[in-house]
Ligand binder design. Sequence first.
Ligand code: PEP
Ligand code: MN
Length: 342
Amino acid sequence: MVIIFGADAKVNEISHVKESLIKKGFEIHESKGVDHTVIGVIGDTLKLDIRDMQVLPGVADAYRISSPYKLVSREFKKENTVINIKDVEIGGKEIVIMAGPCAVESEEQVFTIAEAVSKAGAKILRGGAFKPRTSPYAFQGLGEEGLKILRNAADKYGMIVITEVMDKDQIDLIYKYTDIFQVGARNMQNFSFLKTLGKTDKPIMLKRGISATIKEWLMSAEYILSGGNHEVIFCERGIRTYETYTRNTLDISAIPIVKKLSHLPIISDPSHGTGIRDKVLPMARASVAAGADGLMIEVHNNPEAALSDGAQSLFPQQFDELMEQCRAIAGVLNRNIADRKE
Ligand code: PEP
Ligand code: MN
């Protein structure tokens, strides 16, 4: 159930409603908008009479949320959620670009790529230090050494960091180095892990599961929000279909659908979504055109020698071209992408 307070609701009226619901055993999630305070009431709300709620002092309206995901839904929060991390805003007017190598391989590699992508206008540096590889014999990542490299490179070029956390035991370590936790496709339905992440206070980018429906994906985000962390970013990274030409099928339609169903930002990852270098640019353009709040792009200074995902990694110059074209599309939509730094 959602309870919306009037613009002139008094602080004590709001706390009175909250306290009486908590006393009855309900969980309360508060969202403060520009004019209105909204609370989400979680629990067996069928026990509550909507009319009793609607007439409480300070309350402007109360209604039930029909979707199975509550806090994630637009019914709970009408305005877009904007996530602020240092000087970066995700979910606002600007389309934010995350770029970097698939995996952190060396200091030289990450610094070279960070310099190139930040010059091109990327604000968030990506790179895996713990890699979820299909084969246990493939490169698994540099671990903490990789996290340090990523942090130092991001700091040097004025970027923020996103990196994947694969396991509960890695949360405390990665917390020290990253600005955003990335939950990979293979972990999207690891519910106990999501619950633990819900207790953290850093934003979480939740990638869509390899065969997950949009509804399952939104339900997974609900696990994080219900734990108390409301800063979730969705990432469409392609799903498994019967098509084998591409590595995955990037579901562009998921972008406007998620934007309609949820107030949370959604970004697109055409790198994992296609798996093919020359298909990344057209699908990045399509993602921006479809309303994505950001892009995640794999870039490598020497893709042929990359330890993972070389075939889908762009050369820095191709990344520049992608940024330029996406900037033009963003402009048509009255949005923008950060300028190239000369
Ligand atoms: C990644 O972004 O490096 C990654 C492993 O992606 P996904 O979880 O989408 O496969
Ligand atoms: Mn990758």
